[in-house]
Design a protein around this ligand. Structure first.
Ligand SMILES: Nc1nc(=O)c2c([nH]1)NC[C@@H]1CN(c3ccc(C(=O)N[C@@H](CCC(=O)O)C(=O)O)cc3)CN21
Ligand SMILES: O=c1ccn([C@H]2C[C@H](O)[C@@H](COP(=O)(O)O)O2)c(=O)[nH]1
Length: 264
């Protein structure tokens, strides 16, 4: 995960001071890319401990099409608590757009089912896209999607994924986002009988919050460990049948947790 640490250093070196919606203040750069060869290990940050349980349950929750935090709460995941209303609802966020994008004529489109069918039927297609940026519904979401579009690509029996984020909390959010989409790529590859290729991450406003600077410095003093390996213990019937216990991360060696406050 040296490239992740290089990105943190890049933002420290080149970031301009920029105010933001939360009032916290950031340093920010615009437009960056990271590439991870998924066959060389699972891209999980090792210079602090990543709470994998939150990453896995959040992804399973997206895939269910769920937009209420009750499932997350039942599994001890608190990362969305600050954004939910008094009933636990977040509005039509990721899960809703991924599984039930509402069209003008009242139909609901399951983008995840469709993209997997398309990858199986027509791997060469250049239209393997899933978008969470539903222009007509963004204003009803408690937080407009940060990771808002992803594309799959198949060549030589390998599945790659490219993700675009409009806004990136480089210290807290990004390690989660990389792990989440790497995991999704492994799952989709398994469902489509493909090997994994690359995960490519692109970010628009890539920032470090002013109250994460000490934490970032601590992290940059640490030496990364070799990447862990993901083992998926069985092949479920469909992309929607994975459970938490299906995933095992072998040899995840990491430095201790670094605490930080999330900007709301
Ligand atoms: N400012 C901000 N940054 C984000 O990364 C973010 C948002 N807002 N809003 C929506 C979601 C929620 N996400 C979050 C929220 C909190 C953590 C967090 O506090 N992580 C801690 C502890 C994780 C845990 O114990 O589960 C960490 O050390 O990684 C991570 C991602 C990602 N998103
Ligand atoms: O998956 C996520 C979700 C959110 N973030 C970060 C990026 C920003 O710091 C905030 C969102 O604030 P906006 O003012 O809406 O841009 O959340 C993330 O990094 N990853």
């Amino acid at each position: 995960m040296r490239n992740y640490l290089d990105l943190l250093q890049d933002v420290l070196d080149n970031g301009a001071k920029k105010e933001d919606r939360t009032g916290t203040g950031t340093i920010s750069v615009f437009g960056r890319q990271l590439r991870f060869d998924l066959s060389k290990g699972f891209p999980l940050v090792t210079t602090k401990k990543i709470h994998l349980k939150s990453v896995i349950h959040e992804l399973l929750w997206f895939l269910k099409g769920d937009t209420n935090i009750s499932y997350l709460k039942e599994h001890g995941v608190r990362i969305w608590d600050e954004w939910a209303d008094e009933n636990g609802n977040l509005g039509p966020v990721y899960g809703s757009q991924w599984r039930a994008w509402e069209t003008a004529d009242g139909r609901h489109i399951d983008q995840i089912t469709n993209v997997i069918q398309a990858i199986k039927k027509n791997p060469d297609s250049r239209r393997h896209l899933v978008s969470a940026w539903n222009v007509g519904e963004v204003d009803h979401m408690k937080l407009p999607p940060c990771h808002f579009v992803f594309q799959f690509y198949v060549v030589e029996g390998k599945l790659s994924c490219m993700l675009t984020m409009r806004s990136v909390d480089t210290f807290l959010g990004l390690p989660f986002n990389i792990a989440s989409y790497a995991l999704l790529t492994h799952m989709v590859a398994q469902q489509c009988d493909l090997e994994v290729g690359e995960f490519i991450w692109s970010g628009g406003d890539v920032h470090i919050y002013s109250n994460h600077l000490e934490q970032v410095k601590t992290q940059l003093e640490r030496e990364p460990y070799p990447l862990p390996k993901l083992v998926i213990k069985r092949k479920p019937e469909s992309i929607f049948d994975y459970v938490y216990e299906d995933f095992e991360f072998e040899d995840y060696q990491c430095h201790p947790t670094i605490k930080a406050t999330v900007a709301v």
